[in-house]
Design a binder for this molecule. Structure first.
Ligand code: FE
Length: 184
């Protein structure tokens, strides 16, 4: 592993990701790996596998604690994650990350039963994040080039909270990460 960016991603996901994922039974690393594994399993391109692996990296690059939503704080992790990743990856990776929270607000507005499927902590954070989208916001979201990938990522995100689910280790996904990295 020669690229220092791969080392930094590995370190974030191995050393800094032991904190639990919101109120769920998995930690941040397991959540990231389950999301990436679901993307891989569904035959997604590298960009969406990598976006799924790194979608919550914004939670790992701040010091607001493991579950700021519980304390009524929106950590804007999708913005932090996007900001962190944008120097290293193109929009096919960074846009689904930036939009994955918007995708939840989108799905709550466009799918009748989606809200009922949300986990407890997603419901808590939804209100901090602005609630379901308005019709105008839905139209603007649909017009974004990566909105469909953001919705796919959002569905993996929602499913990636299963206690004791076997996944490949972080190293398994590094070749895909490497293929998506910008030229240094
Ligand atoms: Fe997530």
């Amino acid at each position: 592993m020669t690229d220092p960016r791969l080392r930094q991603i590995t370190e974030l996901l191995t050393l800094k990701a032991d904190g639990m994922y919101g109120l769920s039974a998995v930690n941040q690393r397991q959540h990231a790996l389950q999301a990436a594994h679901l993307a891989e399993h569904t035959g997604c391109p590298d960009s969406l596998i990598v976006a799924s692996l790194l979608h919550d990296i914004g939670h790992l690059v701040h010091d607001l604690g493991h579950n700021p939503a519980e304390a009524g704080i929106d950590d804007h992790h999708e913005q932090r994650g996007h900001q962190f990743l944008t120097a290293w990856f193109g929009p096919e990776v960074t846009e689904p990350v930036r939009l994955h929270v918007a995708a939840k607000r989108y799905l709550c507005a466009t799918e009748a039963d989606y809200f009922a499927k949300l986990s407890k902590d997603s419901v808590v954070s939804l209100s901090l994040q602005g609630g379901p989208m308005s019709a105008k916001e839905v139209a603007a979201f649909n017009a974004l080039p990566q909105s469909a990938d953001a919705v796919r990522l959002r569905r993996f995100d929602e499913q990636a909270k299963v206690e004791n689910r076997e996944t490949p280790p972080v190293q398994h996904f590094l070749p895909a990460v490497s293929r998506c990295l910008r030229e240094p």
